[in-house]
Design a protein around this ligand. Structure first.
Ligand code: CA
Length: 224
C-alpha cells in the first residue's frame, strides 16, 4: 500500500516513514506543499498523511486541490494546533481523519486500519478468504491455525485482491500497489504472475484456492 507523508518536521516524517515501511507500506515523503502537490497528482496513494502547517502551503489547500483533482487517497490530517476549527475544516474538506500532534505511531496505525476497514466494509482485522484466514495486524495467512509461509509481496498481493474482492485488478494496478511508484520502463507484468503462481503453490497444498481467478488478458480476481 502506498503512503505519502507530507510533513516538514524531518524527525517526525522520518519516524513515520521508518515505522510504516516496517509495517509493509511503500512510503514517499514530501517536506513541502509544492513537492507534495506534484507527487499526489502523479502517483496513486492509498493514504496521504498531511501536515497542515507547511512552509510554503497550507495543508488545507493541498487537500482541496487533491480532492478537486479526483484523488481517492484517504487523507489523515496531522495538526499541531489543538483548535477544533482545524479539525472541522479538515473533515469538511473531505479528510478521513485527523491526529493532533504529538501522537503515537501505534495510534496512527490503528487510525489507518480503521479507515481501511470502513472503506472495504470489514468489521475487523481478521477475515476469511475461502478456507483460509487472513490477519492484517499480524500479516499472516493461516488454515486451521497452520501458518502459510508467504513472502511480504505475496501477502500484499493477496491482501489487496481480498479487500477488493469480486473486482478484477489489472497486473498494472497490482504492480503499482505493491511496488509503489514505478518507472514505466521497468514495468514487467511477469512479476505479478510469478508471485501469484507461488501463492497458488503455497496455498493450494493446504486447501481449495478456486476463489483466486486469473482473468485472461487482464489480471486477477478474488471471488468471495
Ligand atoms: Ca509543520
Amino acid at each position: 500500500m502506498n503512503v505519502l507523508i507530507v510533513e516538514d518536521e524531518k524527525s517526525l516524517s522520518h519516524e513515520m516513514e521508518e515505522f510504516l515501511t516496517h509495517q509493509g507500506f511503500n512510503c514517499d515523503v514530501a517536506f513541502t506543499g509544492k513537492s507534495a502537490s506534484e507527487k499526489v497528482f502523479v502517483n496513486s496513494y492509498d493514504f496521504v498523511l498531511l501536515d497542515i502547517g507547511l512552509p510554503d502551503y497550507s495543508g488545507f489547500d493541498l487537500l482541496r486541490e487533491a480532492k478537486d483533482g479526483g484523488s481517492d487517497a484517504a487523507f489523515i490530517i496531522l495538526t499541531a494546533r489543538s483548535e477544533l476549527d482545524d479539525k472541522i475544516k479538515g473533515l469538511d474538506l473531505g479528510a478521513d481523519d485527523y491526529l493532533a500532534k504529538p501522537f503515537s505511531l501505534l495510534e496512527l496505525q490503528s487510525r489507518m486500519q480503521a479507515i481501511l476497514r470502513r472503506k472495504h466494509g470489514l468489521k475487523n482485522n481478521v477475515f476469511d478468504i475461502g478456507e483460509f484466514e487472513m490477519d492484517i495486524n499480524n500479516r499472516t495467512v493461516t488454515k486451521n491455525e497452520v501458518l502459510i509461509n508467504l513472502t511480504k509481496k505475496e501477502f500484499d498481493i493477496l491482501h489487496y485482491l481480498a479487500i477488493n474482492k469480486n473486482k478484477v485488478l489489472t497486473r498494472m494496478q497490482l504492480t503499482e500497489h505493491i511496488w509503489g511508484d514505478i518507472m514505466e520502463d521497468d514495468y514487467d507484468s511477469n512479476y505479478i504472475d510469478v508471485h501469484i503462481k507461488n501463492l497458488r503453490k503455497k496455498m493450494g497444498t493446504q486447501g481449495d484456492i478456486e476463489w483466486l481467478e486469473t482473468v485472461r488478458g487482464i489480471g486477477y480476481r478474488v471471488n468471495l
